[in-house]
Ligand binder design. Structure first.
Ligand SMILES: Nc1ncnc2c1ncn2[C@@H]1O[C@H](COP(=O)(O)OP(=O)(O)OP(=O)(O)O)[C@@H](O)[C@H]1O
Length: 355
């Protein structure tokens, strides 16, 4: 029987509490054998599970020490609780019961001058919201507040509600934060796996039926999005910034059950931004994208304007603005072509641009 099948039948036959006790007594090697995809969880804490194969979770916690987890923005207790939550969520996914997020509400915090933000913002399922504002105004900060489900404990003092209520600690501190996926400007891989191994682990942890099929699909999509192609055997640590972003975008779009997708400045990632956004936006998600790019900003349903660290306006994309999208796309395609010609070291033909 495969590890996955053992895991399934075993979960069905056990009660939750005795399950916890049993898991706590198992060594990390035993856990990995039963659920190979838990490597994903360890990698979120930059832990190489092989190194601690003969220890159990609590022993691992005390070997690494509290300071290690604090540096990771967590605690050893949250690490262990998060581990159980990770398994619970895997089970929910397996049964098709991923969490349903209808709305996120950002309650007013304070801007950099200490002034209170004027209004709360409710983001609903199916909406794409752009976050715009000058460099350094606080766009990434807003994404980080949402990602951490801030409870007046970040520099802005904002509070985030999920489905109209404050999140429980388990939802906040599970490192995998299953219902929120963030694509940040810098992606770092800590595990030394090939692209194929990495995607296979991910697919297994999401309990998909056709692992090799979905791995192939993500790999193909990532190669379409990335400027420079890469092979399935490439170690993830050797991917360029653009290639790793392309891989994570394809992975998030095709495999992640996340109900909330946060995207930080996709236009600087060296990936096909329009295709990426099309892939990531799906009707039942809440999507937030921090951007300086007019095409991306106007593709959204609305845009939040940030000034001096505070939300200052919420503008719905007007019908008139949407009309300009097509012309903007043409200009953008020309610019992309120009950029690619420069990258390839070709001579530039600017006749198209001259009026
Ligand atoms: N309301 C606030 N109160 C205090 N500090 C804030 C507030 N909002 C943002 N900051 C801080 O200001 C700095 C710049 O913010 P941030 O990186 O989010 O800007 P940004 O708009 O994403 O910039 P860029 O466009 O360059 O990516 C950060 O250190 C952030 O923590």
């Amino acid at each position: 029987m495969t590890g996955r099948l053992v895991f399934q039948s075993w979960l069905i036959s056990e009660e939750k509490n005795s399950l916890r006790t049993d898991l706590l007594h198992m060594t990390i090697n035993e856990l990995r054998e039963m659920m190979p995809w838990i490597e994903d969880y360890f990698s979120a804490f930059a832990i190489d599970p092989v190194q601690f194969g003969n220890r159990n979770l609590e022993e691992l916690g005390s070997i690494l020490g509290e300071d290690y987890f604090i540096e990771m923005g967590s605690s050893s207790l949250a690490f262990i609780d998060g581990f159980f939550l990770f398994i619970e969520q895997a089970r929910a996914l397996q049964q098709g019961n991923g969490p349903t997020i209808e709305s996120l509400t950002v309650l007013p915090g304070r801007n950099k001058n200490g002034e209170k933000e004027a209004f709360a913002v409710k983001l609903k399922k199916g909406e794409v919201t752009a976050i715009v504002g000058p460099t350094g105004s606080g766009k990434s900060r807003l994404l980080a507040d949402i990602e951490s489900l801030a409870q007046e404990d970040t520099p802005t003092g904002r509070k985030i509600l999920v489905n109209g209520r404050a999140p429980v600690d388990e939802e906040r501190f599970s490192t995998e934060g299953r219902f929120i996926a963030q694509l940040s400007q810098n992606m770092n891989f800590v595990m030394d796996l090939s692209v194929e191994e990495f995607l296979t682990l991910h697919a297994e942890s999401r309990m998909v039926d056709e692992v090799s099929l979905i791995v192939q699909k993500i790999y193909d999509t990532a190669n379409i999005l990335a400027g420079e192609p890469f092979s399935r055997k490439t170690p993830v640590t050797e991917l360029s910034g653009g290639q790793s972003r392309a891989l994570m975008i394809a992975d998030t779009a095709l495999l992640s059950p996340a109900a909330v997708v946060l995207i930080d400045e996709i236009e600087n990632a060296g990936v096909d931004k329009v295709r990426s956004l099309e892939l990531l936006v799906s009707n039942n998600k809440i999507v937030l994208i921090s951007t300086h790019d007019p095409l991306l900003a106007l593709s959204a349903d609305q845009r939040l304007v940030i000034q001096y660290g505070g939300i200052s306006k919420l503008l719905k994309t007007t019908e008139d603005e949407k009309k300009y999208l097509e012309s903007l796309e043409k200009v953008d395609r020309k610019l992309t072509h120009l950029r690619n010609q420069l990258r390839r070291g070709e001579e530039i033909d600017l006749s198209d641009f001259l009026v």
